[in-house]
Design a protein around this ligand. Sequence first.
Ligand SMILES: [Zn+2]
Ligand SMILES: [Zn+2]
Length: 62
Amino acid sequence: MIQNNRCLNFNHGRINAPVHACPMCGEVVNGDISIKNCSEDEHAERRKDRNKYCIDCGNQLI
Ligand SMILES: [Zn+2]
Ligand SMILES: [Zn+2]
């Protein structure tokens, strides 16, 4: 498990986070949600949300 330096995203404090990965650090916050096979179009949408990481697959967007 990778330790992130004080990521403040609210998903870390949740027991059942609604997303697979944190949009700010990419760390898995809910391993029960399976990794999605995202398309480039979906990642383009994520970038518009100013997310640094994809919440569905954890890949870095920027
Ligand atoms: Zn985070
Ligand atoms: Zn993705």
